[in-house]
Write a protein that binds this ligand. Sequence first.
Ligand SMILES: Cc1cc2nc3c(=O)[nH]c(=O)nc-3n(C[C@H](O)[C@H](O)[C@H](O)COP(=O)(O)OP(=O)(O)OC[C@H]3O[C@@H](n4cnc5c(N)ncnc54)[C@H](O)[C@@H]3O)c2cc1C
Ligand code: FES
Length: 272
Amino acid sequence: MLDSHIANNTLRTTQIINIQIESPTVKTYTFMDKLCSKARPGQFLMLWIPGIDEIPLSIMNASDDLVSVSVKAIGDATRHLHTFEAGATVGIRGPFGNGFTENQGRSLLISGGTGTAPLLFLAKRLIPKAKHLTFVEGAKTKTELLFINELNKVCQEKNILTTTEDGTAGLQCLVTRPLIDLLDREPYDMIYTCGPEIMVKKIFELTEQYKLPMEASLERLMRCGIGLCGSCMIGKYRVCRDGPVFTTTQLREVKDELGISKMGFDGARIPI
Ligand SMILES: Cc1cc2nc3c(=O)[nH]c(=O)nc-3n(C[C@H](O)[C@H](O)[C@H](O)COP(=O)(O)OP(=O)(O)OC[C@H]3O[C@@H](n4cnc5c(N)ncnc54)[C@H](O)[C@@H]3O)c2cc1C
Ligand code: FES
């Protein structure tokens, strides 16, 4: 166990094998890495962008010694990564964190933005065993709806619902709006979600109302990724070590912080 922790935390350098453009702001990077290729959906890795920074990223696919991550360009490190071409060298530590449980009943998966990446990975693992799966994805606009073709292949078109805030695709509303209809109509056994924390908070409140179990992948600032530095705290939990996937029981314990505040780079609380 200790040996595997040490191995996962050792930085490996590798080259980018493939880069796929997913949207005007998101690209998927594929590398060879034996350890991360064994990752479970919901786990994350720390990607070192030489000379710039090291950042946490959810694993969006893992198999045959290959691992992929989908990255939105939002700041220094991610914008720099977006300038890279295939063949560029990066560093990897991981996989880290716990991952989602794989429920075999009727599952509802709800994603926003790059939160779709780990849920697509999860859907691929659930589909062969699950009784039923519905996937709801929300974005601001049509061009930011991620992985639609792949989702159609994995889940079948009839099981996918999309929403956009500007109405350019799917229903014109926030991703949380069609959920009440779905929850009234369908008996789900498990709700999985990943996306902006405000969205996660609303979904948590709905699942409490409907008394349904939920697992949510949360984001916090991360530096070490292995439970040492404390920069990723939510309540008594360290998101990198105790999460990033949290259950209903744990979410109840941190509901005073969920979607409300988090720790900034200087250690002070900042509103979400
Ligand atoms: C477990 C986990 C999984 C993630 N998965 C993905 C993913 O699959 N795809 C993706 O595009 N992004 C993902 N992120 C967010 C990603 O880590 C940040 O977007 C990235 O670190 C921003 O770095 P930057 O230098 O480009 O931006 P910065 O200029 O540093 O900051 C821009 C914004 O990003 C946030 N941020 C910065 N650094 C971190 C950090 N170390 N951890 C969390 N948030 C940070 C800050 O709140 C800030 O508002 C994940 C974060 C976590 C914690
Ligand atoms: S990132 Fe250091 S304790 Fe979680």
